[in-house]
Structures are given as structure tokens and as C-alpha cells.
Write a protein that binds this ligand. Sequence first.
Ligand code: FES
Length: 97
Amino acid sequence: MKTEPPIEIEEDEIICNCFQITENTIRYHILKNDINQVEDVTSACEAGGNCGSCHILIQLFIDQNKHQKKLEQVLEQPVSKPKNHNRSFWKKLLPSS
Ligand code: FES
């Protein structure tokens, strides 16, 4: 049986080739400064400040950060006790005589 070579994944890949800025650096600035626009990433670390071909990935990281924050907000909300819907359900189904 022929085995395929393992896929090598770089942990900190260069995203912006123009300025040699890595994914971790971009994510760090997005998280630290709560960045919502590619231009703000460029201001923080230069990524995206030249040809623009990395903008789509920078926007992806921004969107992932937003999604993560929303998820954390939802998980932090206390779970409210459900109202006793079962009781009213049974009352409707089996009215007392
Ligand atoms: S690759 Fe990022 S600006 Fe060119």
C-alpha cells in the first residue's frame, strides 16, 4: 500500500508577502486593538499596505475575531431557567374536570 507524505503546515505562515508579516502578528494586532477594518491592520503592522493581495486573508482574520467575540458573549450570558411550559402544556391537553 502506498502512503502519502504528511502534509506540512506552517504554524506561523507569512500572509503579507510585501512586508513579510505573519498570520500570528496580524491576529495579535486584530485582537489587541479590536480592529474591524483592513486599513487599521495596515496602520498597526503594515500588512496590506502595498499590493493588497493579502486583504482577503486579513479580512478573514477580522471576521473570525468578530465571530469569536460574539460566541464568547453568548457563552458568558447566564442560562435562564425555562418557564414552566410543561405545566401549561399538560393543562391544555388534559383540562381538569
Ligand atoms: S501581500 Fe500584503 S500588501 Fe502585498
